[in-house]
Design a protein around this ligand. Structure first.
Ligand code: NAD
Length: 244
């Protein structure tokens, strides 16, 4: 018997990086897991997978309802799908602002709205949002991304307050720089990827990037019945970037 036996989880953006590591960890610890992603075909068993675009309300509603029906309920929602954006306020036009906020903030709202009726029926309901240290760190060249994650942090606290009496806990993780395909793409676009990677590592007090598995472990903790007294918490997984 493991901690997640009998629990059913949904992980958005679970086909890659942090979401994939989280879906795999929850499944390894006994949960039944469905991944919602733009690219569900790359997800392997025992994970279930459905195509959903978090910017499309109908697609989210349909996928969440189908997943809850297939699994026989829903206990855990990991709102993880997200995209990046670089630059200052002068570098991104309105269209880019709308697109990133649509995925990173409204995407979580849509998935949560669709999941709440199912979560209310659970005895161990938990939502974990993937936020970022960008929410509070004041990082350069990340105006839009930071604003989107600042909204995720506020949303997490507001949702925690709104749903605590219904027995639904809402928390978030704040990762630092995590070694995922996303960061791989960023490095790939750099003039000197090796030097850029060394610079990212040097920025971390631990001297290395955070792993997706380390973020997954934090998400799994917050999602687990062991964290039953924690709601409205932002757990840093940032190699000491904010604390030191
Ligand atoms: P990733 O690019 O490896 O994975 C993101 C996943 O989200 C992909 O599978 C992608 O298909 C999916 N996705 C994107 N848009 C979607 C949409 N509209 N609908 C459904 N799925 C969609 O990225 P990652 O590094 O694993 O990032 C995951 C989360 O972690 C994001 O919310 C990101 O902001 C956050 N985060 C990442 C880092 C980092 O350094 N990698 C740091 C802090 C926070």
């Amino acid at each position: 018997m493991t901690e997640f036996d009998g629990l059913k989880a949904l992980v958005t953006g679970g086909a890659s990086g942090i979401g994939r590591a989280t879906a795999e960890l929850l499944a390894a610890r006994g949960a039944q897991v469905t991944v919602l992603d733009l690219a569900p075909e790359s997800v392997d068993k025992p994970l279930l997978a459905r195509r959903a675009d978090v910017t499309d309300d109908a697609s989210v509603r349909e996928a969440v309802a189908a997943a809850a029906e297939e699994m026989g309920g829903l206990d855990i929602l990991v709102n993880n799908a997200g995209i990046g954006a670089q630059g200052t306020v002068e570098d991104n036009d309105d269209e880019t602002w709308h697109r990133v906020l649509d995925v990173n903030v409204l995407g979580m709202v849509r998935t949560t709205r669709a999941a709440l009726p199912h979560l209310r029926a659970s005895r161990h309901a938990a939502i974990v949002n993937t936020c970022s240290i960008a929410a509070t760190a004041g990082l350069p060249q990340r105006a839009l991304y930071s604003a989107s994650k600042g909204a995720v942090l506020s949303l997490t606290l507001a949702m925690a307050a709104d749903h605590v009496r219904e027995g639904i806990r809402v928390n978030c993780v704040n990762p630092g720089t995590v070694d995922t395909p996303w960061v791989g793409r960023l490095l790939g676009a750099a003039e000197d990827p090796a030097a850029e990677r060394a610079a990212l590592e040097a920025r971390q007090p631990t001297g290395r990037l955070v792993t997706a598995e380390e973020v997954a472990a934090a998400i799994a903790y917050l999602a687990s019945p062991s964290a039953g007294a924690s709601t409205g918490v932002a757990l840093a997984v940032d190699g000491g970037m904010q604390g030191l």
